[in-house]
Ligand binder design. Structure first.
Ligand code: 9YT
Length: 153
């Protein structure tokens, strides 16, 4: 008995007493064509992490379709957007400033900024988007370009 490593002897009891923890691992392949894949005329959002995942933010792999212009105003959310494919621009509505977007560009709407997001003609943009508070499921924009608050979604 004394020759057994202590971990082998007590190992089983230790595992039974502990709440099992599980890292969240998903692949985009498992999201496509499910409820977490929201496809509209102008964009398609593959929602990798949602409110139910308990992270405090949601994480989306989003396509902005060629030549589309989106008028957005996330009144209830903060959003950071990281472009990984395609080219376009973001226009700040409060001052008319236009910033070009290409792979590697990130923008963060830290003041719930009203803006226009445009994908260049002939260019689909692929963006990684993070929302706080997290999107809960199949939110689409209302007439102002906002998503509803989580409790109303
Ligand atoms: C960049 C952006 O806001 N695109 C609209 C779709 C949205 N981000 C989403 O993925 O839900």
């Amino acid at each position: 008995m004394s020759a057994l490593p202590i971990g082998m002897f007590f190992g089983k009891a230790r595992i039974c007493n502990k709440k099992e923890s599980k890292v969240i691992v998903k692949n985009l392949d498992e999201i496509i064509n499910t409820d977490a894949d929201v496809d509209t005329a102008q964009w398609r959002s593959r929602r990798l992490l949602l409110a139910q995942d308990g992270m405090g933010f949601s994480l989306h792999d989003t396509l902005i379709k060629k030549g589309e212009a989106l008028h957005l105003w996330y009144k209830h959310h903060l959003e950071a957007v990281y472009c990984i494919e395609g080219e376009g621009e973001i226009e700040e509505k409060k001052n008319g400033k236009i910033h070009s977007i290409r792979p590697g560009t990130v923008y963060a709407l830290n003041e719930h900024d009203q803006h226009i997001l445009r994908a260049n003609k002939g260019s689909q943009m692929r963006m990684v988007c993070v929302f706080n508070p997290p999107v809960t499921g199949r939110e689409v924009h209302d007439k102002d370009g906002a998503y509803a608050l989580p409790e109303q979604a």
